[in-house]
Ligand binder design. Structure first.
Ligand code: GTP
Ligand code: MG
Length: 206
């Protein structure tokens, strides 16, 4: 994917604030500090389009970016970080859930997992929730540069095993080395070229 142009469009909280160009959209979800904003910057070859921080809880709103005037990337606030004030933390769940449930333009959710750890309970809940809502997804196992070559296969296997029922693709990724970038762009382009997924509002029964 040749990125000619990537721009920040706006931050939003509620559906009334979401941008309305109607472009196919890809959202990045995962634990606070897992590296969502870094993956976006890596994909568009920009150091600081999405703001990143070594302190968890940097992204607190839904941030919309547009690439090549053709598709939209959404940086979501992370979950699972206790040091964020309770009131702020409680507003994140509904903000992200409402977006994922209602956004018609949404074609793919990129589920970020940390290569160094087994998925947390909240990671597993998110994967399950996205599956139940029939939202197409891909798992990105990021910070893979921090896992030694010898441990990598085992670690990827452990993560995949813990995601019981996950049927999507799992991509090892590093925002530092750029590993996995071409593969993730491939998934993004494929999802954006498909007809609009008719997942909105439908749940898997049972
Ligand atoms: P919130 O906005 O708080 O939810 O965090 P986030 O998921 O957007 O994480 P962010 O991109 O801000 O990255 C968190 C920290 O992890 C930063 O210090 C990044 O430099 C670091 N980081 C992100 N991706 C990678 C990676 O692939 N490899 C390494 N080594 N560090 C990374
Ligand atoms: Mg962030």
């Amino acid at each position: 994917m040749k990125v000619n142009d990537a721009v920040f469009v706006k931050s939003a909280v509620a559906p009334g604030d979401y941008p309305s160009q109607g472009l196919p959209e890809v959202a990045f979800a995962g634990r606070s500090n897992v590296g969502k904003s870094s993956v976006i910057n890596c994909l568009v070859h920009r150091r600081a389009l999405a703001k990143i921080s070594s302190a968890p809880g940097k992204t607190r709103l839904l941030n919309f970016f547009v690439v090549n005037s053709a598709l939209s990337l959404v940086d979501l606030p992370g979950y699972g970080f206790a040091k964020v004030p309770e009131k702020v933390r409680r507003s994140w769940g509904p903000m992200v859930e409402t977006y994922l449930e209602r956004r018609k333009e949404l074609r793919l959710v990129v589920l970020l997992l940390d290569a160094r750890h087994e998925p947390t309970k909240q990671d597993l809940q998110l994967v399950e929730w996205v599956h139940q809502h029939r939202i197409p997804s891909v798992a990105v196992v990021t910070k893979i540069d921090k896992v030694s070559r010898s441990r990598r296969k085992n670690q990827m296997g452990t993560i995949l095993n813990s995601l019981r029922g996950f049927e999507g693709k799992m991509i090892p990724f590093s925002a530092v080395t750029g590993e996995g970038k071409a593969s993730l762009w491939g998934e993004i382009m494929r999802a954006c070229q498909e007809e609009r997924a008719e997942h909105a509002g439908k749940k898997v029964k049972g």
